[in-house]
Design a protein. Structure first.
Lengths: 251, 251
């Protein structure tokens, strides 16, 4: 029964992260404390919240000057002016203001409130997405790989709403040490026919599988180990997942 | 290390499915052959392909009369007229014709070619989505639950492209025996604050985690067991996941 299973392993009792903390160091010591042996092929999935906190990507409410525009939008949609203000600062483009503020972030991600949230934010702050989640993933991956002696891919995630489908899902916003995709070119279907080239977003599916333990614990689980996935080691990024406007088949 | 892990278990050596076959019976005997003991809390994930085949939701190419409109669209986008024809028959609305035919299916799902595909289709046929995937999931779930003596939720999936993000992901198109969602109301964040009500689409994340073994085997793996997910047993459907147009925050 054990052949080719995938295991999604929560890393429990992760410490509260402070700005300035070294995330890869915290992951290493948490893994050591739990006597978990990482093995080649393991992927580390990290919620962006602890990365943003460690990197200081948060806004202190008392220092925040709310613009007139943010106040107007907040009033119109019945929402916190501070969150709207930070969302506007983090946005490269505002796509719609109501019923919910939808923006494109500087990373090209289209989501509500630019991914800015008070959940998992330290008292009296708002958390934004990391400045460069691919670079953050690479730093964590390089550091873990160095001390373990083999390569450990890292995926940084955010739980986001979607067009057409209710309920948020966890998505990859930073990737290092693996391709975010798998090409099914050359694989065979149920009938032994070669599949035409279909591109699957492995990184988003791994992010979603990690959320199944991240979100459901009584305490927060910011780091998850996903074991047994057959991925392509070629170096990739989450920015490869973002479609350019001209390339978007749907919208 | 075993606490609260999630296991994604491929059901290997599943037989080739024929129209008229009883999917739940095939699942039961495949599980018996592999000496897998299903336990309470297990979720069975089934690719729609074998459900469509069993239910005869396929179009034989030689009997297919291609309409003028299908021929015109196929010519314009350089695609098979037969696939366009079947996609149009399965659509309730055509959203765009090029560069790829995007439709809304009768189920309300927005996807390319109405989910019609030649992958995993028997020779000289095209596979469509099941007529009523929620009802199919319920039939399989009821039958498995009956013979096992405890409730087994079932999720029927399809791998679909998305707006704004490259790479298809596996999504829930039929659900039975569980709510497709989990509400994080009342749960606590990393700081012990109660989370505001956030709705997470558990079923899509489970579908995605199953694809990590479904798509990657050398042979096709049409059935996967997902073990260890904390879900809400209240009876739900995949049609609950579909947003109404007026409710859509993004598009």
């Amino acid at each position: 029964m054990n052949d080719n299973q995938i295991h999604v392993i929560p890393l429990r009792d992760f410490p509260i992260v402070q700005t300035g903390d070294d995330i890869s160091g915290l992951i290493e010591s948490a893994i050591r404390k739990k006597s978990i042996d990482l093995i080649q092929g393991d992927i580390i999935v990290v919620t962006h919240a602890i990365v943003s906190i460690a990197e200081g990507k948060l806004y202190h409410l008392e220092e925040l000057k709310v613009s007139k525009r943010a106040e107007e939008i907040a009033e119109k949609i019945g929402h916190s002016p501070e969150r709207v203000e930070v969302a506007l600062r983090e946005a490269s483009e505002v796509l719609r203001e109501k019923p919910v503020l939808i923006t494109k972030t500087k990373h090209g991600i289209i989501t509500d409130f630019s991914g800015v949230d008070e959940s998992n934010a330290p008292q009296d702050t708002l958390l934004a997405l990391p400045e460069n989640p691919d670079a953050s993933a690479k730093r964590i991956s390089d550091s873990l790989s160095n001390s373990l002696g083999f390569d450990i891919p890292v995926i940084i995630t955010d739980t986001q709403g979607r067009p057409w489908r209710k309920g948020a899902v966890n998505l990859a916003i930073g990737v290092a040490g693996m391709s975010p995709f798998i090409h099914n070119i050359g694989r065979e279907d149920l009938y032994g026919h070669k599949l035409r080239g279909s591109l699957v977003c492995l990184a988003d599916q791994i992010a979603g599988s990690a959320e199944l333990v991240m979100g459901q614990a009584d305490e927060g689980i910011p780091v998850v180990i996903v074991r047994g996935v057959d991925f392509n080691k070629e170096d990739g990024t989450a920015s490869q997942i973002i479609r350019s406007k001209s390339d978007d088949l749907f919208s």
